[in-house]
Design a binder for this molecule. Structure first.
Ligand code: GUN
Ligand code: ZN
Length: 454
């Protein structure tokens, strides 16, 4: 710990944002728009070396350059020599699957049966679920992720536990009861009438409450009956007075065996994606994980509907699912975010997700710039949630979700970053070498939270 960190202020207890003010000093970086594919710094990159980020009442007030410090009435927290980034947003991650990271799996379908479903069945115990939800939220923060779209389990009490844990930290979290009424172990199977009642009650409790949002969560087409997918479509039409329509999250076209299975179950559908389209589940608030095995017609449909693909490179490599073709998705105009998909993904650290994404693109002869990666982890993901006006960046009025990252943790990182000749080179090397050990402090809505639980 550096002397500056040692003198950092005491950690405030987690609570809803008050009117407090704070001025954070450090190398402030955020993106004002999608930077596109270029590696040279585009004008949308806003970098204030040794600058100031001023937050009041949980929201960003303004960014200032080094030579324009705030007046002495502002309480200051000194992160000089650190990189201040918007908290990362993980658009696809499974809370109960912390228990199965790195499990000896053999492709998606066996991995689900052998490890994942048994771990999720343990959430039937409400106390186990509550502890798991708390651990999951703490660990998101420990890895520099301040917002997420999350699969819990089929159990209603687990959804409550997860939202409650996120609410205590003041976080933005999107989640919903997992829907799965066929082709899964009996212990995890739900039933449509009760599931609909649970979803309606959960939407009423959580959707638009503080920074929480509800997502209808049909696990994937093979685990959901037609009746259940029709129920999702019905509830997607709710226009809730607090937050509008709910979201939808699911999986699509991840694995070739899965694709064959969907073809058997839905012989009349043109493609796997077309199953969801047929039930009316594709819209601007729909996030579909993977989308590796799509064709051009699928991509055109996703673009037309404004749905997002959650590219989960760590998971795709771990399960051997395939290489997501970002260039094709991009050319078709499909929105893409980068997600961890823990526990098939092996790290909650979104820097690892970005680094793996770079490698997946390299295997296909393309590149992912540090700017684009950073955009996908912050503002781009917020745009996919239709929360861009207030999330994923440091424009005035945005939530002050900020992570102070050490540029270098240890001699090797320090040596390598010292050789960088441009900001992009520095950032690109950093995203490949840094991880959660580089997290020095985490602020959610302007409050510093305990990010390294003992
Ligand atoms: N498809 C259906 N369920 C899952 C899951 O839990 N993880 C992944 N990676 N794919 C899925
Ligand atoms: Zn998943």
């Amino acid at each position: 710990m550096s002397p500056r960190e040692a003198s950092a202020p005491a950690i405030a207890p987690a609570a809803a944002p008050g009117r407090e003010r704070v001025a954070l000093r450090g190398d402030v970086l955020h993106l004002r728009a999608d930077p596109g594919a270029a590696a040279e710094a585009p004008p949308c990159v806003h970098f204030e070396p040794d600058g100031w980020l001023l937050a009041e009442g949980g929201r960003v007030v303004e960014l200032r350059a080094a030579d324009a410090p705030p007046d002495p009435s502002w309480p200051r927290e000194d992160w000089r020599g650190h990189l201040l980034l918007p908290g990362f947003i993980d658009l696809h991650v499974h809370a109960p699957q912390l228990d199965v990271i790195g499990a000896w799996g053999d492709g998606l379908l066996r991995w689900l049966d052998d490890f994942t479903y048994p771990a999720e069945a343990r959430w039937a115990d409400a106390e186990h679920a509550r502890r798991g939800a708390g651990r999951f939220v703490r660990q998101l923060l420990a890895h520099g992720t301040t917002s997420a779209m999350v699969f819990p389990t089929v159990h209603r009490h687990g959804v409550d536990a997860l939202f409650e844990a996120a609410r205590e930290q003041g976080m933005c979290l999107v989640s919903g009861k997992v829907l799965m009424d066929r082709n899964v172990p009996e212990a995890l199977r739900d039933e449509v009438t009760q599931a609909e009642r649970d979803c309606v009650a959960l939407i009423e409790s959580w959707h638009g409450r503080e920074r929480l949002r509800y997502a209808l969560t049909p696990r994937f087409a093979p685990a959901c009956s037609d009746e259940q997918l029709r129920m999702c479509a019905r509830l997607l039409r709710i226009e809730h007075p607090r937050a509008g329509a709910p979201y939808l999250q699911t999986h699509v076209a991840e694995n070739r065996d899965e694709l064959r299975w969907v073809r058997e179950l839905y012989p009349a559908s043109r493609s796997y994606l077309d199953v969801y389209a047929g039930f009316g589940l594709l819209g601007r608030r729909s996030v579909l994980a993977h989308g590796i095995w799509l064709d051009d017609a699928d991509r055109a449909l996703l673009a037309e509907r404004g749905s997002t693909l959650a590219f989960s490179p760590s998971s795709n490599l771990f399960l051997g699912s395939g290489l997501f073709d970002w260039a094709r998705a991009d050319a078709a105009g499909v929105r893409v975010a980068v997600a961890s998909d823990v526990g098939a993904g092996t790290s909650l650290c979104q820097l690892r997700s970005a680094a793996e994404a770079c490698k997946v693109l390299a295997l296909q002869g393309t590149r992912l710039s540090a700017w684009r990666a950073l955009y996908a982890l912050t503002r781009g993901a917020a745009a996919a949630l239709e929360l861009e006006p207030e999330l994923g960046h440091f424009e005035p009025g945005a939530w002050a979700d900020v992570v102070a990252w050490r540029w270098a943790a240890g001699e090797l990182q320090e040596h390598r970053l010292g050789l960088a000749r441009s900001l992009h080179e520095r950032l690109y090397a950093w995203l490949h070498m840094a991880d959660e050990r580089n997290v020095a402090a985490v602020y959610v809505a302007g409050r510093r939270v305990q990010h390294r639980p003992s």
